[in-house]
Design a binder for this molecule. Structure first.
Ligand SMILES: O=C(O)c1ccccc1N[C@@H]1O[C@H](COP(=O)(O)O)[C@@H](O)[C@H]1O
Length: 229
């Protein structure tokens, strides 16, 4: 699958919504660049953990892998306080903070700030100055992610091309579609939550639990490499 003549650099891979130590270990073993834990979000999601659990999960992320806190603060102060408790390597913010508030947050945090934006919004570029990276996602009405829905990658490619800040592509990515998504958008990185979760025998997804085999397939596909036997 890897092609030495291809000029596209590898996309970094973040696996998000880890709720259990065993899943964190599977994500790290699969070779992901970043592990995300979700805490203090107003949306109903099986991937949310409390702040202490988030801190414990991220404390076990090894060196050279980035531990990311994903949250939806209503104030700058709330995000600063949560980051102080959880002690992540990076903070990813979804929701309603304005570009000005996000700029203030970035100055208060010692960590990198990843700002999630709605892939369908017209004002994505307004958030670039406030962010160390932009996460372009398919969001719900409250600005939350984890929708499992893809968006218009062609449009996102045009947006990415005009931005100086690194862009992380998210929203409905799976082992089956991530290579095409990377080829189309050429993002700095990709991010997945639902697409690597365990599926029961009846086909229903077990929210909040990762499937190690699917995680490995996702990481390999994002880098267009064969999964090692
Ligand atoms: O995953 C969630 O439940 C979630 C809740 C609130 C804010 C962000 C959330 N997840 C983020 O959304 C992306 C994409 O998710 P998916 O792959 O479409 O399921 C995920 O990677 C998280 O960064």
């Amino acid at each position: 699958m890897s092609d030495a003549t291809d000029d596209r650099p590898d996309a970094r891979v973040k696996v998000c919504g880890v709720t259990r130590e065993t899943d964190r270990e599977a994500v790290v073993a699969a070779g992901a660049d970043a592990v995300g834990v979700i805490s203090d979000v107003p949306v109903d999601t099986p991937r949310e953990v409390d702040a202490d659990t988030a801190g414990d999960l991220l404390a076990g992320v090894p060196p050279l892998v980035t531990g990311v806190l994903v949250t939806m603060p209503t104030t700058v102060e709330a995000a600063v306080d949560l980051a102080a408790t959880v002690e992540p390597d990076a903070v990813q913010v979804h929701g309603g903070l304005s570009p000005g508030e996000l700029g203030a947050l970035g100055h208060r945090l010692s960590q990198d700030l990843v700002v999630a934006v709605d892939a369908e919004a017209d004002d994505i570029a307004d958030y670039a100055d406030a962010a160390d990276a932009l996460l372009v996602d398919s969001v719900d009405a409250e600005g939350g992610g984890g929708t499992g829905e893809t968006h218009d990658w062609e449009r996102t490619r045009e947006v990415v091309a005009d931005l100086d800040v690194p862009v992380i592509l998210a929203g409905g990515l799976t082992p089956e579609n991530v290579a095409a998504a990377v080829e189309t958008v050429r993002p700095f990185g990709v991010d997945v939550a639902t697409g690597v979760e365990r599926v029961d025998g009846d086909g229903s997804r077990v929210g909040g639990e990762k499937d190690p085999e699917t995680v490995r397939s996702f990481v390999a596909a994002a880098r267009r490499r064969e999964v090692a036997a």
